[in-house]
Design a protein around this ligand. Structure first.
Ligand code: GLN
Length: 233
């Protein structure tokens, strides 16, 4: 399992989203507060952000807390659309930078928080690694993001024990699912945060119910957050 976060809004630094909040991804890498599976997230991390419509990524297989280079540069990395994650690898999965979210198809950045039996996922030449999350990302990209809800319910039908929280962005839109793990939303004056767990104790954080599709569209300060129930079989 892992913890992930996305931002859509005014340009802000990766440090302000990931490293500076009192319970941000940096702290969640060793002391998550709401994680149901796994104690810490020490098997890598990834920060993805849009530079216009171009996704850029910095990923690692090492713990986020030990990365002094990222801590030094993150205050200068500024974007209006971000997807970041810290990883706790499922037993048997490779630990390598290409297995850390976010994954990309060149248009979207995508993170998976959860686990799924790889036997139900098709092999894909596009998968960035051999872990379940990379195979699932390749399947989602192949089917298209408009079909995300159908893809998730289809995989869940084949793998009833799967946990399938997805968080994706394309520079102007966030799309997420809740299927087996936590996700919260924070509407700020300058944008919207979706995160596996609140990065601080602001009472405005709202928990998103399980088995929902979430979309965030629109300009900073005027964002629309929509929730649609996902029907399981
Ligand atoms: N199943 C995932 C993996 O090993 C676990 C990490 C996560 O929740 N993304 O890649």
């Amino acid at each position: 399992m892992c913890r992930h976060l996305a931002w859509l809004g005014a340009p802000v630094s990766l440090a302000s989203l990931m490293l500076e909040p009192p319970s941000g991804l940096l702290v969640q890498s060793y002391a998550p507060r709401r994680q149901k599976h796994g104690l810490m997230n020490a098997d890598g991390w990834g920060a993805g952000f849009f530079d216009g419509t171009l996704p850029r990524r910095w990923r690692s297989a090492a713990p986020l807390w030990g990365d002094a280079s990222f801590a030094s540069v993150a205050p200068a990395l500024v974007s209006g659309c971000v997807v970041a994650a810290v990883r706790s690898a499922t037993v048997g999965m490779p630990i390598e930078p290409s297995a850390s979210a976010p994954f990309t198809d060149g248009t979207w950045l995508l993170s998976h928080n959860g686990v799924v039996d790889r036997a139900v996922l098709p092999l894909s030449a596009h998968a960035e690694s051999t872990n379940d999350s990379a195979l699932l990302a390749a399947l989602i990209f192949d089917r298209g993001m408009d079909a995300l809800g159908d893809t998730i319910t289809g995989v869940a039908a084949d793998a009833p024990n799967a946990r399938l929280n997805i968080l994706a962005a394309n520079g102007s839109r966030l799309v997420a699912t809740t299927w087996g793990d936590t996700l919260s939303v924070l509407r700020r004056a300058d944008g919207v945060v979706l995160a596996s767990e609140p990065y601080d104790d602001d009472p405005s954080w709202q928990e998103i119910p399980d088995r929902h599709l979430v979309t965030v569209d629109g300009a900073a300060g005027d964002a629309r957050v929509e929730l649609t129930p996902l029907k399981g079989s």
